[in-house]
Design a protein around this ligand. Structure first.
Ligand SMILES: [Zn+2]
Length: 555
C-alpha cells in the first residue's frame, strides 16, 4: 500500500554490532541503505557470519528501487551478494566502495548481472520519490559517504560510519559545509552512528598515531611487524610513509590486505613510493632493521597472517625472539579471547608487543560524543534516531544529546530496534509496528546459507549430545524383532559399566509391549512415541536433554 509518510525499517545494525542494513520507504517505493554482514555469537556452532534476513523484504519486492552503500566495510557491504541474489537492484556508491563490492561479487560469479552506479561526493541522484545527496564523510576507510535523502516529507540524513576528522591522512576532512547547508534548508531526521557514543570528547584524527609510529620505528632495532585492519587505509598509508622515512622496506602479508592495497593504489588513494613494497622472498634477505612486515590478523583470527606467524605455521616466515609486534587496532567485542591467545603465542616466541593501551598506535574511525555534538548542531534535525551499535550505545547517544546538545527532549530522540517500522512525517516520528526479525547464518567455507533450525539443532547437540535408537519390527506381525539398539554420542553420565544402556533397551522394549497394535501400525505415530518415551526416560535417569534420533527398520 502506498504511504504518504516516510517509513524507516532497519533489518540489522540496531542493538548489535555489524549487519547494517535499512529500508527507507515512501509512497510505493523503497531504497535500501547498506547490506552488511555480522559476526554472530553462534560461532561455536559452525557459523562465522550472519546476514540480515532478506526474506523480510519479500512484501516490498515490487517497491525496491536501489541499494546505496555508504562505504566499503564488511559490516556494510558483506551481505550484498545475498540481497542481490534475491532482488536484482542497481547499486550506488563511490568508486572505491564499488571496487571492493565487485571483488566480492566476482567470488559469487554475479558481477555481470548487477548494475553499478559510481557516484562522487556532492552528486545528487534521483531515484523515484527520493533524491539522494552524497556527502563526503571521514572514517577509518576512504571514499565514505553520509547521505542526505530528500523525500516529499523532508530530508533524512543517514551518517553512515563517520568521525569528524579535520586532518585525515587520505582525502578531505568531513564535509561540514555541505551538511550545514542542508541543515539550514531543514532536516527532518538524523540517523546517527552510535558506535562510540559512550566515549567523551572528540575522536582523534587519523594523523594522531604518526608520532607513536615514528618513535617506534626510530627505537626498534630488530624486525618490525605491524598488524592492523586490512581496510584501515589511512593507517596503511602511515606505515608506508614512516617505513620509507626510516629506511625500511614494507612486506605485506595477508590476502585481504594485499587486495585492498592493490585497489587503493590503482585508484591513486594510497601513495606508495616505487620499490618500497617488497615480496617475502626479497624481505627475508634484508637485515632486521631494513624491513617492516604489514600483516592481517589483529583480531587473533586463526586463518590470518599474524596468527600463523605467531604459531610457526606461515610458510617462509615466523615471529622470532627480538621481533617487535605492533597491534594497531582496537579489540572488536567478541574477539577478546582470540587476541589474548595470540598475544600469549607472541610472548612465547620472545616478541615485544606494543598495544594501543601503551602507545597511541590506534584511533577509532567512529564519532565520539564531541563529534556527535558537531553533527547534530550542524544538521539541526527535528528528530534524532541513533543507529549502528548495541542498545547500550544507542541509549547513551540519546542521553548525551538530551543533556549536552541544543533543545532535544525524550520525544525528539527515538530509539528503535531491528524489525521496527518507524513512521515519520513533518510533525511526528512514531514506531507503528514491531516485527520479529531473525538472522540468516552463513557457512564461511561454502558461503551458503544455513537454516536457523540447523543452528538450533547444533546448539542442542552441543549441550546434550545425541542418542540413536534403532528398532527392528516384523512387517507381518508388528512384533519387535530382537532388542532395540541404543547408542550414545556425547551424552554425560553414561559409562559402559553402569548398565544404563541395558536399562534404556529394556525400557523401550517394555514400552513397545504396552502399546496398542494400531499405534504401532501407524509408523509415524510409533516413531514419535518412541522418541518421547526415550526422551522422558533419559531426562529422569540422567537429567540431560540429548537430541534423540529414532529409526524403524522393517524386517
Ligand atoms: Zn565502517
Amino acid at each position: 500500500m502506498a504511504i504518504n509518510k516516510v517509513e524507516i525499517i532497519p533489518l540489522g545494525g540496531i542493538g548489535e554490532f555489524g549487519m547494517n542494513c535499512m529500508g527507507i520507504r515512501y509512497g510505493d517505493e523503497m531504497i535500501i541503505v547498506d547490506a552488511g554482514m555480522g559476526f554472530p555469537e553462534e560461532t561455536p556452532y559452525g557459523v562465522d557470519i550472519s546476514i540480515p534476513n532478506f526474506d523480510f523484504l519479500e512484501e516490498y519486492r515490487d517497491e525496491m528501487t536501489a541499494i546505496i552503500l555508504t562505504h566499503g566495510h564488511e559490516d556494510h557491504i558483506g551481505a550484498l551478494a545475498y540481497i542481490l541474489k534475491k532482488y536484482n537492484l542497481p547499486v550506488y556508491s563511490s568508486r572505491f566502495t564499488l571496487a571492493l563490492a565487485e571483488k566480492r561479487l566476482i567470488e559469487f560469479d554475479m558481477l555481470d548481472d548487477v548494475l553499478m552506479h559510481r557516484v562522487k561526493a556532492n552528486d545528487i541522484v534521483e531515484i523515484g520519490n527520493f533524491k539522494v545527496e552524497f556527502i563526503h564523510a571521514s572514517h577509518s576507510l576512504v571514499e565514505c559517504f553520509s547521505l542526505a535523502i530528500h523525500t516529499p516529507v523532508g530530508t533524512i540524513i543517514h551518517t553512515g560510519d563517520y568521525k569528524i576528522d579535520d586532518t585525515p591522512v587520505i582525502g578531505k576532512p568531513y564535509d561540514l559545509e555541505t551538511l550545514g547547508r542542508i541543515g539550514d534548508e531543514g532536516v527532518l531526521a538524523l540517523l546517527c552512528d552510535s558506535t562510540n557514543a559512550t566515549v567523551p570528547g572528540r575522536t582523534p584524527s587519523e594523523m594522531a598515531v604518526i608520532p607513536a609510529f615514528e618513535e617506534i620505528f626510530e627505537q626498534t632495532e630488530g624486525r618490525l611487524i605491524v598488524s592492523t585492519f586490512s581496510s584501515s587505509l589511512h593507517r596503511l598509508q602511515i606505515v608506508f610513509d614512516v617505513a620509507h622515512q626510516f629506511g625500511r622496506k614494507v612486506c605485506v602479508l595477508g590476502r585481504s590486505m594485499l587486495k585492498n592495497i592493490e585497489i587503493a593504489a590503482e585508484q591513486g588513494l594510497l601513495k606508495i613510493p616505487h620499490g618500497l613494497s617488497v615480496e617475502l622472498s626479497f624481505a627475508r634477505k634484508l637485515a632486521d632493521d631494513e624491513v617492516c612486515y604489514l600483516v592481517t590478523g589483529s583480531q587473533g583470527e586463526m586463518r590470518a597472517a599474524l596468527w600463523n606467524l605467531a604459531t610457526g605455521s606461515y610458510k617462509g616466515m615466523e615471529v622470532e625472539k627480538g621481533d617487535t609486534v605492533v597491534l594497531s587496532a582496537r579489540i572488536i567485542p567478541g574477539n577478546e579471547k582470540n587476541i589474548s591467545r595470540l598475544i600469549g603465542n607472541l610472548y612465547k616466541r620472545g616478541a615485544n608487543i606494543i598495544e594501543e593501551k601503551r602507545r597511541l598506535v590506534h584511533v577509532s574511525g567512529h564519532a565520539s560524543q564531541g563529534d556527535i555534538k558537531i553533527m547534530v548542531e550542524t544538521a539541526k534535525p527535528k528528530f534524532v534516531i541513533p543507529i549502528h551499535g548495541e542498545y547500550r550505545m544507542l541509549f547513551r547517544q540519546k542521553e548525551f544529546i538530551k543533556n549536552h546538545v541544543g533543545s532535544y527532549d525524550d520525544n525528539d530522540i527515538i530509539l528503535i530496534e531491528n524489525g521496527n517500522v518507524l513512521e515519520l512525517d513533518e510533525r511526528s516520528a512514531v514506531v507503528v509496528e514491531k516485527r520479529e526479525l531473525y538472522k540468516t547464518f552463513i557457512d564461511e567455507e561454502s558461503m551458503e546459507e544455513i537454516e536457523y533450525d540447523v543452528v538450533r539443532e547444533r546448539k542442542k547437540l552441543a549441550y546434550g549430545g545425541a542418542i540413536s535408537l534403532v528398532v527392528a519390527m516384523e512387517k507381518n506381525t508388528n512384533q519387535l524383532n530382537g532388542e532395540p539398539q541404543v547408542t550414545f554420542e556425547g551424552v554425560a553420565g553414561i559409562d559402559p559399566l553402569n548398565g544404563f544402556s541395558a536399562q534404556a533397551r529394556k525400557s523401550v522394549s517394555d514400552a513397545i509391549a504396552d502399546m496398542k497394535p494400531d499405534h504401532i501400525a501407524n509408523r509415524t505415530m510409533f516413531k514419535e512415541n518412541l522418541r518421547i518415551h526415550l526422551k522422558r526416560f533419559v531426562q529422569k535417569e540422567l537429567s540431560s536433554k540429548p537430541v534423540i534420533v529414532t529409526t524403524i527398520l522393517e524386517v
